[in-house]
Design a protein around this ligand. Structure first.
Ligand code: UN1
Length: 491
């Protein structure tokens, strides 16, 4: 079993702390590796290293930075099966999804590598003669990346690749549930040829390591994916230093089935959206809103299909649903199931922690469906697990009203064959992402990803938006008239 240290200035080193923590397999309880509980001093050293590396990395041509990213993507491609199984072992998602996550990381790193030959600005005319305008994109400086456990390789790549291509240097703090995936990623970028100090990696708690990254004035921007309370805390601390902050804080994503929908397709979409990754995606389907005329038919089929899902060791390709990721998450989800029962929601299927045999070693919760009333806590809050609340809608307007009446706005979905309703839904659903006849999960990397309301603070990751998160725009004026020209002033 490997004992990791911190990674600063291109070297793995001991932390200044003697305390360590273990990362465990949520299926078997086996310890996979140990990591240091990093300190403020570790972070300070990492920031110094990142500052030192910045001038040279900024000057390193962006297409050459892109070549390093391409090598990293190539290494991930060669090791896709191995890396996918590490994701599955450390986080618990089904192996097809573990490999899918690596593919998502590869796709995105390759996509961003191409930005090395773009990083496009604009040129535009001036109101004065012999004067030229353009914009150039510049790095922000040292940036802090704080990443979640549910996509332990893909989401770090969503942040790392654009930060690096734009010429920033990085302090990377992964979630304490999945540091092994993160460390493997760091090793890959090192092997791909990243110069020392460009990427620095510190594990440990949010309250020590995370806070120092957020509060140290030398770190100029923060990118965070995780829960709302932490996001709000980061935003308020970083705002005092006027840092640029990107936040992606989850969702309570609705899936609407209209009376004219392709039922089989809509139900398959719900199963994948609600119970894929054991419901541990920000984009997971949390609420199913069904038109009253097809409610009975949909529910009968959905319950049958849900009860047939295979729950077990996620390394087994036959398994549909793996464990949830930790004892803490298991407790939160089981508490919510109790809240649902107490507030009078009808438990239609699942609802229990599985026991006996292999289940005793892991954190297995049955895929759970509640028939709920809109307004109950289980319909309003984000339950980060395999729990779905179902509600009936009178018509399209009622479905949209229910869909929108939550504090989040990440993903949304509607199944209908009516093109008018589909386009109305694009207008009406309050979310950063709307799917028509496709589930709420499964965003592709070349499109912007993010949401409105409590999902974030207005930014988008991935796609064309990825670069914006990690660059400053400089407006450049070149006056070649050889005289003082005064904009806006009449001569
Ligand atoms: C997340 O859950 O934080 O759209 C990201 C999806 C994935 C990304 C999820 N491509 O479901």
């Amino acid at each position: 079993m490997k004992e990791y240290g911190v990674y600063i200035s291109g070297k793995w080193a001991e932390s200044t702390s003697s305390q360590i923590f273990e990362t465990k397999n949520p299926t078997t309880g086996e310890t996979l590796a140990t990591f240091p509980k990093g300190t403020k001093e570790d972070v300070a050293k990492a920031i110094d290293a990142a500052e030192k590396a910045l001038p040279e990395w900024k000057r390193f041509p962006a297409p050459k930075r892109g070549e390093i990213l391409l090598r990293a993507a190539q290494l991930m491609r060669e090791r896709k099966d191995e890396l996918g199984s590490i994701v599955t072992k450390e986080m618990g998602k089904a192996i097809a999804e573990g490999k899918g996550e690596i593919q998502e990381a590869i796709d995105f790193v390759e996509y961003v590598a191409g930005e090395g030959r773009r990083l496009l600005g604009i040129t535009t005319p001036s109101e004065l003669p012999d004067k030229f305008f353009m914009t150039v994109l510049q790095p922000i400086g040292v940036v802090g990346l704080i990443t979640p456990w549910n996509f332990p390789m893909a989401v770090p790549c969503w942040k790392l690749a654009p930060a690096l291509i734009a010429g920033n240097t990085v302090i990377f703090k992964p979630a304490s549930g999945t540091p092994l995936c993160a460390a493997r990623l760091v090793e890959i970028f090192e092997e791909a040829g990243l110069p020392p100090g460009v990427l620095n990696f510190i594990t440990g708690s949010g309250s020590v390591v995370g806070r120092e990254i957020v509060e140290n004035p030398k770190v100029k921007a923060i990118s965070f994916t995780g829960g709302v309370p932490t996001g709000v805390d980061i935003y308020s601390r970083a705002s005092k230093l006027l840092k640029s902050v990107y936040l992606e804080l989850g969702g309570n994503n609705p899936h609407i089935i209209m009376d004219d929908a392709n039922m089989e397709l809509a139900i398959e979409g719900v199963l994948f959206g609600a119970f894929g990754t054991a419901g541990q995606r920000c984009t997971a389907t949390r609420r199913l809103i069904i038109h009253k005329d097809v409610y009975g038919e949909v529910m009968e089929k959905l319950l049958k299909r849900t009860r047939a899902l295979k729950i077990g060791n996620p390394l087994d390709p036959e398994i549909d649903v793996g464990p949830v990721t930790s004892a803490d998450q298991e407790k939160i989800i089981l508490d919510y199931i109790k809240i649902g029962k107490d507030e009078g929601a009808r438990l239609l299927c699942g609802g229990r922690k599985l026991k006996g045999g292999i289940y005793d070693k892991g954190f297995f919760i049955e895929p759970t469906i509640f028939e709920a009333e809109h307004g109950m806590r289980i319909t309003k809050e984000e339950i980060f697990g395999p729990v779905l609340s179902v509600m009936k809608a009178k018509n399209y307007e009622d479905a949209v009203r229910i869909a929108n009446d939550v504090e989040y706005g990440l993903s949304s979905s509607i199944y209908t064959k009516n093109v008018n309703l589909a386009f109305k839904a694009i207008q009406d659903l309050e979310a950063g992402i709307t799917y028509i006849n496709a589930p709420t999960i499964g965003a592709e990397v070349h499109l912007p990803f993010g949401g409105i309301k409590n999902t974030g603070n207005g930014g988008r990751e991935a796609g064309t938006a990825a670069i914006e998160e990690f660059t400053e725009i400089k407006t450049v004026c070149i006056d070649y008239s050889d005289r003082l020209q005064k904009a806006q002033i009449e001569e």
